[in-house]
Design a binder for this molecule. Structure first.
Ligand code: FUL
Length: 509
């Protein structure tokens, strides 16, 4: 029954009680039969963050000029002297051409040098070695460029500060770190992520005192206060790492586990980072940080780029496995992304567009991969009652609508049929994660003639889906763009799920 309102009331005029009764309008608790959430579920800001999918990391700062990866904290401010006016707008437009949706700029690394004129320390661009350095307020320019080009943005601020005399004492947290985070939040209330690396102290300059300062990051940085103070200014800013709202994927090589849950159990070192935890009690989705270059996080002379094909593989193994990918593209001493970086990023953008129909700035729809799911006849084993969960929702391009089955069912099949066989290489699926991550086992089969079925990628772990799963149908992420399979039919069988399975999108390329 699907009545919006039940009018409850007994009319007993014949017994003379009419004046005793009222019509009581009563809302049905769940008129549309909306599935119950399967806990834990993400916060709204975590859903928005997930939708950013693929974004850049820009490691730039004192190390770009000293040739170091980890400055000690004693570098003279004058050594920061860009050879031209740094141009964050060029960073933003270059990564937009690669199909990225935003970026995070490193504005303070472990050396403590701040790329904005902070009130908390003199170790900043205020004392830079030249006019370019002193005038280019990097977070300000980066936020403005991102807003101008419709890109999401955020900042990396190292909690570990090898320059500060306060580091290791309470005053560092109250007078330096939290205030710096607030200063950064003020560069834009619409920022999407603040990045805190995991470094937890060690040796450093520490205002000249030197020595070792070790802290316990779970207590020292006053995370509840940190979160509250940043969210007051930038409510959708996901606090990464020590902030507890998104997790490190456990490696810096650009891959997530084939099966990957957005949940983890707790925030300690024993967290299963690459795969997450099916029984995890809090939503802590994975982000993979990886380098587009071959050596450092910062640009150093002789640095080279990975090939676009290798970067495409990383994309499949991160975005395609329910993680986000933050790909490091370091600006050079001129404050721009070097030409070879820009060229490779353009190639990557084309690949993503032509193979997976990723929207890429500057490329129009005519060159995008064809989504064969849109022209298939789609049959499902069951459709959830309630009138809102039809299979058509799988291909309507609307992230809010979804198909699903009834409560109590933990499996289902979806069969796509084409008039003529189509050459297919990738399957993309998405769960409506606001209702929790549910699917835990599935298989994919195809039929060339509509009669004989063959299982695809049987050795690949086809377990989780989550926010997004992209399966190369030949089972290989490294040589995914092969000849493809001629399919008259493609069948996805969901074998097991934590609660009735739901899917918001399904594409076949
Ligand atoms: C790590 C840092 O120690 C590296 O220098 C780099 O910034 C990387 C992304 O995070 O924790």
């Amino acid at each position: 029954m699907n009545f919006k309102t039940l009018l409850v009331g007994l009319m007993l005029p014949t017994l003379g009680f009419a004046q005793e009764f009222q019509l009581v309008p009563q809302e049905l608790a769940n008129p549309d039969n909306v599935p119950a959430p399967c806990h834990p579920v993400p916060h709204e800001r975590q859903i928005l963050w997930n939708e950013t999918e693929f974004y850049a990391f820009f490691h730039y700062g004192m190390n770009t000029f000293t040739g170091l990866e980890w400055g000690f904290g004693n570098e003279a401010e004058s050594r920061y002297a860009p050879k031209a006016m740094p141009n964050p707008e060029q960073w933003v437009t270059s990564v937009k051409a690669a199909g990225m949706n935003g970026g995070i700029a490193v504005v303070k690394h472990h050396d403590g040098f701040c790329l904005w004129p902070t009130a908390t320390t003199t170790h900043s661009i205020a004392k830079a070695g030249n006019e370019y350095g002193r005038t280019a307020n990097i977070p300000k320019l980066f936020a403005e460029a991102s807003q101008k080009h419709g890109m999401k943005y955020g900042f990396y601020i190292s909690p570990w500060d090898r320059n500060s005399a306060h580091y290791g004492k309470d005053t560092y947290v109250t007078e330096v770190f939290l205030k710096q985070c607030e200063e950064l939040a003020e560069f834009g209330s619409d920022q999407f992520e603040m990045w805190f690396d995991g470094a937890r102290g060690g040796d450093g300059y520490y205002g000249g005192e030197g020595g070792n300062r070790d802290i316990d990051p779970e207590i020292y940085y006053d995370v509840p206060n940190l979160r509250a103070r940043v969210h007051r200014i930038a409510p959708n800013c996901v606090m990464w790492g020590v902030g507890g709202e998104a997790r490190w994927i456990g490696n810096e090589s650009g891959y997530a586990g084939e099966g990957n849950w957005a949940m983890t159990d707790y925030m300690s070192e024993t967290v299963v980072r690459e795969e997450g935890d099916i029984n995890g009690w809090f939503w802590n989705p994975g982000e993979s940080d990886a380098k587009a270059t071959n050596n450092g996080w910062f640009w150093h002379k002789g640095e080279t780029m990975k090939s676009a094909e290798r970067l495409f593989q990383m994309y499949l193994e991160t975005v395609g496995r329910n993680a986000t990918l933050i790909l490091n593209c370091p600006p050079d001493e001129y404050g721009v992304l070097p030409e070879q970086t820009v060229n490779e990023l353009v190639k990557l953008g084309r690949m993503l567009h032509e193979r997976l129909a990723v929207p890429v700035y500057g490329l129009d729809e005519t060159t995008a991969a064809t989504d064969y799911a849109k022209t298939a006849k789609i049959e499902v084993s069951e459709t959830r009652t309630g009138g809102k969960y039809a299979a058509a929702n799988l291909t309507d391009g609307d992230k809010e609508t979804y198909w699903g089955v009834n409560d109590g069912q933990l499996g289902a099949t979806i069969t796509l049929t084409w008039d003529k066989p189509q050459t297919v290489r990738y399957l993309m699926m998405q769960e409506p994660i606001k209702l929790g991550q549910r699917i835990k086992d599935f298989k994919i089969e195809y039929s060339e003639d509509g009669d004989k079925w063959t299982e695809l990628c049987p050795v690949m772990e086809t377990t989780t889906v989550g926010y997004k799963r992209i399966i190369p149908l030949n089972g290989k992420t490294s040589e995914s763009y092969g000849n493809g399979y001629k399919a008259k039919q493609l069948r996805i069988t969901i074998l097991d799920s934590r609660a009735c399975p739901l899917l918001s999108n399904l594409s076949v390329y």
